[in-house]
Design a protein around this ligand. Structure first.
Ligand code: F6P
Length: 360
């Protein structure tokens, strides 16, 4: 059996743990030959691959990034204006691959879904720090990102407290607020602003003023996709070569400028940016990535293609690729952590989002 592995889209902690699990499982149990595709779909388009031996997949469990490299701007469906899916399929056949394991987020799964429809034997493994992939309870990379943001919040708290300031921390997460919600809860934020709940700037100012009179400092966590009521998410840049052209960012600074008009406290804003995606995965993400990697290896061995491994109730299972493709998973308003945060007095910047009537 000859199996290719490809990592697409933005990197995240835990990808190497997943590569290791897929490769080692297939080598040990099925004597498979593993082919690493370099830099995501770019490697299939530009014919850049290399064999991955057992020893090359050893010692990478705890490392960040991806040993194969990745790209979030090379889609065979639209590469410099051309559809190269037939060319990519021909290259896959020339390599003699029996299957291709694709590790990626929703954009990568969408490409994988189209390639699967034209006959490539694909198994998907979801990853993203954003935790926004449809069909799975969680993705690996997310736990590490939340830990990094929580650590930053602990540090911002001591300096904010000393200077009696309002400290704003902007997180990643695209159009979902999972990183902001979980780290805000873990870091004891006073205000958490997420895309799912557009905020009212007067409400945020009210909380800061209240805190200034009681505790003298405030911690605000704002997701990069957060927006004002009747406003829009703040765009950092547009990258035309990328399948997803929009890059969000800058809402933390915008919020600072807005609040400066309304409160007397000094305000500082920090954006953690790509720090949230770098470095070693947490123990949770290493185990998570190993579990989904092994489940992907089993799907390959059972020849169950066109499917994505997902995690439901702490168990791996799988769904058709098209159920994970091009779909995002937002925070539902009845989310347990969101409702408990409300019950602990954390504001989401909207006076109409009220305390839960039931407890969890
Ligand atoms: O999807 C992961 C993510 O880190 C998002 O949270 C963020 O909006 C985006 O990728 C940043 O993309 P890039 O690495 O292209 O700047």
């Amino acid at each position: 059996m000859r199996v290719g592995i490809l990592t697409g889209g933005g990197d995240c902690p835990g990808i190497n743990a997943a590569i290791r699990a897929v490769a080692k499982n297939l080598i040990i149990n099925y004597k498979a030959e593993i082919i690493g595709i370099e830099d995501g779909f770019a490697g299939l388009i530009e014919e850049r691959v290399r064999p991955l031996s057992y020893s090359q997949c050893s010692g990478i469990l705890s490392t960040g990034g991806t040993i194969l490299g990745t790209s979030n701007s090379a889609s065979p469906l639209n590469y410099k204006g051309q559809d190269l899916s037939v060319q990519v399929f021909a290259y896959y056949q020339k390599l003699g691959l029996d299957a291709l394991v694709v590790i990626g987020g929703d954009g990568t799964m969408s490409i994988a879904n189209e390639l699967s429809k034209i006959g490539m034997n694909i198994v998907g493994v979801p990853k993203t720090i954003d935790n926004d992939l449809a069909g799975t309870d969680q993705t690996f990379g997310f736990d590490t990102a939340v830990s990094i943001v929580t650590d930053a919040l602990d540090r911002l708290r001591t300096t904010g407290q000393s200077h009696k300031r309002v400290m704003i921390l902007e997180t990643m997460g695209r159009y979902a607020g999972w990183i902001a919600l979980q780290s805000g809860m873990a870091g004891g934020a006073d205000v958490i602003l997420v895309p799912e709940i557009p905020y009212d700037i007067d409400e945020v100012a009210k909380i800061c003023n209240l805190r200034a009179s009681e505790k003298q400092f405030s911690i605000i966590v704002v997701a990069e996709g957060a927006m004002q009521k009747s406003g829009e998410a703040v765009v950092r840049e547009t990258i035309m070569s990328s399948p997803d052209t929009v890059r969000l960012g800058g809402v933390g600074n915008m919020l600072k400028l807005q609040l400066e008009q309304k409160i007397d406290s000094e305000i500082r804003s920090t954006a953690l940016g790509h720090i949230q995606r770098g470095g070693s995965p947490t123990a949770f993400d290493r185990i998570f990535a190993s579990n989904v990697g092994c489940a992907a290896a089993s799907l390959v061995a059972e020849k169950r293609f066109g499917r994505v491994v997902v995690m439901r109730n702490n168990q791996t299972t799988d769904i058709p690729l098209d159920q994970a493709a091009n779909k995002a998973r937002s925070i539902p308003l009845d989310n347990m952590t969101l409702r408990n945060a409300l019950s602990l007095g954390i504001s989401f910047g909207d006076p109409d989002i009220v305390l839960p009537s039931q407890s969890f």
